[in-house]
Design a protein around this ligand. Structure first.
Ligand code: PMP
Length: 447
């Protein structure tokens, strides 16, 4: 077809067409293959073309694809909620399903506010968040996101409060060094609570490991323990946004499990449907649900497609596949290998390799010794992604988290299924892209 009627990210631009996918590979209509080193948008965590999921979806579609959540429940949605309760730590037992990470983050925001209304404390309405964070693209979720590049156009409609410094040791916002800093970044939450008054604050939301807004920033030991302490002491809920980190990606079911910290609400997306169906969830603890049960007995949110059996059946089959193939353990082991291999490349423009499991941030710098960031206009990350693409490897774009928008990074996040042979192929293609990038840098990138 000469003319396209589909609006693409780059309007008027062209994208190659994919015919099918198998495991970690995607195959283009032109015969090219791509190693999916980004799991799409860090989504396809069990790889492509998994027969068991296709069959579960087919079976469900033949029975019933849609029921309206106010009229009926379904065996698929019930079984998925039970499986999530079994997987998630502590008493995170109650799932409310939606269709995207943004909807889930926004629903968590609303549930936190409503929770305090149910408890007779209606003044607790502010949801605090951090700078260098991303919680979604809809207005509510975006207003929580400390991501200036994405929010600036819509400033007038922003109601959330990203007021807390990010836990970013390599570029400490306080100019301190861990552990002498005494975790000032966590204490920053306390400062914000004091300034605004705890009687006005419903919750604090954070990504356990910062994704797109900071390329896999891992907070130091003790950080989330302190965050939990501050939230409990001030009676505010802690919401873990696990859209990117959840369901095995980091080598644990939830990213927050790398610390001793139990969230009151967990937000799931991406890997929950693993690309097979749009599904996301807010998962609440027994204590949070009890307030709703004792109060209005309904959540003032929901979407037409919430808890639809078709997505639930797909998601259930995805979780079963992860379990049967021990993919969370594989994510931990192969993630360690991949991180080591990228670090050992010793590329002069790779300033930092960070993250956990198969969520690996690669920060690109002009000069490793001084960690001098690339300038925004140099678009270094986009160029490396382009060169990787030419070599048949997909990587994910991310901000390096440098204030002012400079700096660049990419994320490597292949499916949790990746084996040794596929890892070697990943490195072969990545090394070629790095050599081409280095050569271009030597020739001089205009600044
Ligand atoms: N929260 C986090 C942590 C995310 O990484 C994302 C997506 N990158 C979202 C929320 C929004 O999810 P979605 O794109 O599915 O709306």
């Amino acid at each position: 077809m000469d003319r396209s009627y589909l609006i693409k990210p780059q309007i008027g631009g062209k994208l190659p067409e994919i015919s099918f996918g198998r495991g970690v590979y995607l195959y283009g209509a032109d015969g090219r293959d791509y190693l999916d080193g980004s799991s799409g948008a860090i989504t396809c965590s069990i790889g492509h073309g998994i027969k068991e999921v296709a069959e579960a979806m087919h079976t469900q579609a033949k029975k019933i694809s849609f029921v309206y959540r106010s009229q009926f429940t379904s065996a698929a949605a019930e079984a998925l909620a039970a499986k999530i309760a079994e997987w998630l730590p502590g008493d995170l037992n109650h799932s409310f399903f939606v269709n995207s990470g943004s909807e889930a983050a926004e629903t968590a925001m609303k549930m936190a506010i409503q929770y305090w209304q149910e408890k007779g404390e209606p003044s607790k309405t502010i949801v605090l968040s951090r700078w260098r964070s991303y919680h979604g693209i809809t207005m509510g979720a975006l207003s929580l996101s400390g991501f200036p590049e994405r929010r600036e156009r819509f400033q007038y409609h922003m109601s959330g409060v990203p007021d807390i410094a990010p836990p970013y040791c390599a570029r400490c916002p306080f100019g301190k060094v861990y552990p002498e800093c005494g975790l000032m970044c966590a204490e920053d939450l306390e400062r914000s609570i004091k300034r605004r008054g705890r009687q006005n604050i419903a919750a604090f939301i954070a990504e356990p490991i910062v994704g797109a807004a900071g390329a896999c920033l891992v907070p130091p030991a003790g950080y989330y323990e302190k965050i939990r302490e501050i939230c409990t002491a001030n009676e505010i809920l802690f919401i873990a946004d696990e859209v990117m980190t959840g369901m095995g990606r980091t080598g644990n079911v939830l990213g927050i499990q790398h610390w001793d910290c139990q969230p009151d609400l967990a937000v799931l997306g991406k890997g929950l449907g693993a690309g097979y169906a749009p599904i996301a969830a807010v998962v609440a603890t027994d204590r949070v649900m009890e307030a709703f049960l004792q109060g209005s007995r309904s959540i003032m949110s929901g979407h037409t497609y919430s808890a639809n059996p078709q997505s639930a059946a797909a998601s259930l089959a995805v979780l079963q596949y992860i379990e049967n193939n021990h993919l969370i353990l594989n994510a931990e082991q192969q993630g360690d290998r991949l991180k080591t291999m990228i670090t050992e490349l010793d590329e002069p423009f790779i300033g930092d390799v960070r993250g956990k499991g198969l969520l690996i941030g690669i920060e690109l710098v002009q000069d490793r010794a001084s960690m001098k960031p690339f300038l925004k206009k140099q678009a270094a990350g986009a160029r490396l992604i382009e060169l990787a693409f030419k070599n048949g490897l997909l990587l994910y774009p991310a901000s390096a988290g440098v204030e002012g928008g400079d700096g660049d990074a990419v994320i490597a996040a292949p499916p949790l299924t990746i084996n040794d042979r596929e890892l070697a192929e990943f490195m072969k293609r990545f090394t070629k892209a790095c050599s081409a990038f280095r050569a271009e840098q030597r020739e001089g990138v205009p600044d």
